[in-house]
Ligand binder design. Structure first.
Ligand SMILES: Cc1ncc(COP(=O)(O)O)c(C=O)c1O
Length: 451
């Protein structure tokens, strides 16, 4: 069956197993193997699989109103979802735009920022600044602002220009003689230095993941960093776009990750947990001030797709968002604390785990060849891929990635279990991860002799 697949799978040489059903934490393949989905795919399935309220909402919507084009109609599912999302949005966010995923939402955010400045008479604001070791999606605009060097490499010559400043990644880049706060201010200062390198009034927006996701492995900023970023953006008239595609929608314990930082962006981008994977959906939220020049100017956002505000996607997301707000988000912080405790117990003294970091139910371990010096494994060993395979062989899905430090060096493994996860399931996940890491690291060390 798999040998016959004509799909361009991620690996063009080996087709993945075919999944046939999923419920709660578990996914089953056609051979009857069961996998504990401890990463929700890519931090997507925040309700677990096949949540009955969401399944019912999709059935109901598709039978009543399957699709309408936004050139002709709005639909009630989208209108209701907008109301829910804007009721408890970060301060100032007043408008919402529904697309089909994270990359589309980032593209829309970049274009909205650009059009905002054109319509308010500052067309020379054309530059975007983002951070190294970030990811904002795989379409050309989103890839251009992303700082994931491995994903950019092939496309570099055809990407639009964007500048990349320092990430806020304390384990790797804080100096020993700095407090966390001092480090955060230094990292933020790299944004101001970059803005000042250009003629005044030419930078449109700065983009950052509030908690860095896949590229560096669930890295929260140090206290004070984002407050300083907000000040710098305000001082220079630069829009702040926060990408919470992965870390938002409750994943880090608060509905929006920026709440924990005490700031609000001008444009917020969400996806993944918005529809919990049941339907593809993403959104951007923008302040009235961002949209105002368009309203009083041309009267339209010069953008659009066929599936904007898709009724079935919005109905699924509406059901997801109701479940989250009916109390499920309140489980994230306490269950996350249990996960952190279990990871610390299992890996806290592990010779090849240099850092255990995260927030809410979004945690990663960073694997190192030498814990004292933080020396990473040789990237040629492909440790991240080994961990994914050895975890899968043990019935566990985790999200490992290489290139943690600079796009080439470093390996981490990220966990993003559903918010419905139980204490027993967390213990099982950490135990299986422990076995998978031992096997993969053992194999890697075996390849090179000593690490
Ligand atoms: C922070 C962030 N932004 C944007 C994206 C792109 O989202 P999508 O894959 O839905 O296009 C991702 C996907 O992993 C992400 O993690």
């Amino acid at each position: 069956m798999q040998d016959e697949s004509r799909i361009l799978h991620r690996d063009l040489r080996v087709a993945p197993p075919v999944a046939v059903r999923a419920a709660g934490l578990w996914i089953e393949d056609e051979a009857g193997n069961r996998y504990a989905d401890a990463c929700g795919g890519a931090a997507v399935s925040c309700l677990g699989h096949a949540h009955p309220a969401v399944v019912e909402a999709v059935r109901d919507q598709v039978g009543r109103l399957d699709y309408v084009h936004t050139a002709f109609f709005s639909n009630q599912a989208a209108e209701d979802l907008a109301s829910v999302m804007l009721t408890d949005a970060p301060p100032g966010l007043a408008h919402i735009y529904f697309v089909s995923g994270g990359s589309e939402a980032v593209e829309a955010a970049l274009k909205l920022a650009r059009q905002h400045f054109v319509e308010r008479g500052e067309p020379e604001r054309t530059r975007f600044i983002a951070r190294r070791q970030s990811y904002h999606g795989n379409t050309l605009g989103a890839l251009s602002v992303g700082g994931n060097m491995a994903r950019r490499l092939v496309y570099d010559p055809i990407l639009m220009p964007a500048a990349h400043v320092e990430p806020c990644f304390a384990y790797r880049f804080r100096r020993d003689d700095e407090t966390e706060e001092e480090y955060g201010l230094r990292a933020a200062a790299s944004l101001e230095a970059e803005i000042l390198r250009h003629p005044p009034g030419t930078v449109a927006a700065f983009l950052a993941e509030t908690v860095v996701g896949a590229t560096a492995g669930s890295v929260p900023a140090v206290p004070g960093y984002f407050r300083r970023i907000r000040e710098i953006c305000d001082r220079h008239g630069v829009l702040l776009i926060l990408d919470e595609v992965m870390c938002g929608m409750g994943r880090c314990g608060t509905l929006h990750a920026c709440t924990a930082e005490g700031i609000a962006p001008d444009i917020l981008v969400v996806a993944k947990g918005l529809g919990a994977g049941v339907q593809p959906i993403g959104a951007l939220l923008a302040t009235a001030a961002v949209v105002a020049p368009l309203r009083s100017g041309s009267g339209s956002f010069q953008h659009g797709h066929t599936y904007l505000s898709h009724p079935v996607a919005c109905a699924a997301a509406l059901a997801v968002q109701r479940v989250l707000r009916e109390g499920l988000i309140d489980r994230v912080a306490p269950m996350g604390a249990l996960l952190a405790e279990a990871l610390t117990e299992r890996f806290g003294n592990h010779p090849h785990v240099g850092d255990i970091r995260g927030r809410g139910l979004f945690w990663s371990i960073e694997l190192v060849a030498d814990r004292a010096t933080k020396r990473p494994f040789d990237p040629a060993l492909g440790l991240a891929a080994r961990v994914r395979e050895s975890a899968m062989a043990r019935g566990l899905l985790v999200y490992p990635m290489g290139g943690t430090i600079d796009g080439r060096m470093g390996d981490h493994v990220t966990l993003a279990p559903p918010f419905t996860v139980t204490e027993e399931e967390l213990a099982m996940i950490v135990a299986r991860l422990g076995e998978a890491v031992e096997a993969a690291v053992g194999e890697a060390i075996g390849v090179v002799g000593a690490p």
